[in-house]
Write a protein of this length. Structure first.
Length: 66
């Protein structure tokens, strides 16, 4: 699904960037993807996706350690 219509960025691109570049903040994500640079309407959705991915990565790491 498209999250940022201005830059044509999808939720999958955001999730992949979080995993590939180990992004942990919106600021870090914006260094990798041009999300939220035009109108800014996508920022809330982007933050939610970022948080979901970070939680999933924490759970994966916890399982691997155990």
């Amino acid at each position: 699904m498209y999250v940022c219509l201005c830059e044509a960025i999808t939720d999958k691109q955001i999730r992949n960037a979080v995993r590939k570049y180990q992004v942990s903040s919106l600021k870090g994500l914006r260094q990798v993807l041009p999300v939220g640079r035009e109108c800014g309407k996508c920022i809330r959705q982007t933050r939610e996706i970022l948080q979901q991915e970070l939680i999933q990565l924490e759970e994966i790491c916890a399982i691997e350690v155990a």
